[in-house]
Design a protein around this ligand. Structure first.
Ligand SMILES: [Zn+2]
Length: 379
């Protein structure tokens, strides 16, 4: 069967005009004013293109979140996207939207402004063809703080996920094949503070206990917790401590990143890190932090959802869609942890997220739109 739902050339042109507009509007996560301006823009486009309604969820700290809704059926389907980018104000004027050799460039084009527009155009396409599923209500949630860990949108995402039958995430697919993600590791973050006893390193070294020596021992232990076979990694990525070479340091600290495949493993590692004991008498350890994003575990229901995507891609688009996973986290982690089957990586195909070389592949836009539209119909 050939794809019977396909975006027209004219609509692609329209999408690219809108992509230029939104890429040229900076939307750093931590800037409420710029975030709200971006929210205004997406709210307007969603309403104009799909005829759906937009509920604005006010946010005191970052840009307002948008809950864009279309359809009135009893079955809720969730699409997750974010309009913030990692780029600071002024980035878009430094390197505005551009197109060259079949690719589009600019801050946030790949992560993930093109992905959000693709979803809006997929909904538009279903509406235009009279094929919005009557038994479904589709909620496109656009948040403002994904790139800083979704501190203020997490609860909104979880609430929506609990009511949904399936969740589709518009993050970029796995490069270079366009593979979808059916699992992501979870992440945890800890700060380990070590207190020792300071002394003059030359005059009376025996009176001191070095916090730095203690920290170095703890780092050896922490790194040894990495188990690649299990998918568990522990990385001390930042260390600080001491005030001078001739002073025995009474303070040292480390930032620790942990990635795990299952919640059970997360709890096991968390208990080990919280239970760290000093090895040098006279030192004291304090651990703060914890699990930031639960793992997005591949369930049987996720597998079924992926099989549907794979069949649509193969039979209707002639695409060999692959399944993959990653140690990187997204809002898909929060959704999946609420038990909803989650397919991630449905956004634009391209490369170099979070880099000035960030770009999308223009030729992939129509097929990604068709794939999402058909998934929304068939799921
Ligand atoms: Zn993203």
């Amino acid at each position: 069967m050939a794809m019977d739902i396909q975006i027209e050339e004219e609509q692609i042109k329209h999408l690219l005009q809108l992509l230029e507009q939104c890429v040229n509007m900076d939307s750093p996560s931590k800037d409420k004013q710029l975030g709200d301006r971006m929210a205004d823009w997406f709210a307007k486009q969603f309403a104009a293109l799909t005829g759906g309604t937009v509920e604005r969820i006010p946010n005191a700290t970052y840009g307002d979140q948008l809950r864009c809704v279309i359809g009135t059926g009893p079955r809720r389907i969730l699409i997750l996207g974010h309009y913030d980018t990692v780029w600071k104000e002024g980035e878009a004027s430094k390197r505005p939207f551009s197109m060259k050799d079949g690719r589009a460039y600019g801050p946030g084009v790949y992560d993930m402004k093109a992905g959000v527009l693709q979803a809006i155009f997929a909904l538009r396409l279903l509406k235009e063809k009279g094929r919005l599923p009557a038994d479904k209500q589709i909620v496109l949630l656009l948040n403002s703080d994904e790139e800083i860990g979704s501190p203020t949108s997490r609860a909104v995402i979880e609430r929506e996920a609990e009511r949904a039958e399936a969740a589709f995430v518009l993050e970029p697919p796995t490069e270079p094949t366009g593979a979808l993600k059916t699992w992501r590791k979870g992440s945890a973050h800890f700060i380990l503070v070590v207190e020792g006893i300071s002394a003059h390193a030359g005059v009376d070294p025996q009176k001191g206990v070095s916090a730095i020596e203690e920290l170095s021992r703890q780092i050896q232990y922490l790194h040894a917790l990495t188990d690649f076979e299990k998918g568990t990694t522990v990385n001390v990525g930042v260390i600080k401590g001491g005030i001078g070479a001739n002073v025995i340091a009474d303070h040292a600290e480390a930032e620790v990143d942990v990635r795990i495949m299952t919640l059970q493993e997360a709890q096991r590692i968390e208990a080990l890190i919280r239970g760290l004991k000093p090895t040098l008498p006279g030192t004291k350890l304090t651990v703060t932090g914890g699990i930031r994003r639960p793992p997005m575990q591949r369930t049987e229901a996720t597998g079924k959802l992926f099989a549907l995507a794979q069949r649509i891609a193969w039979e209707e688009l002639g695409m060999d869609l692959r399944e993959s996973g990653t140690g990187g986290v997204s809002d898909g982690n929060f959704a999946a942890a609420r038990g909803v089957p989650t397919l991630d990586g449905l956004g634009a195909q391209g490369a170099f997220a979070h880099s000035p070389q960030e770009n999308i592949e223009l030729s992939s836009i129509p097929s990604r739109i068709s794939l999402l539209a058909r998934l929304l119909e068939e799921c």
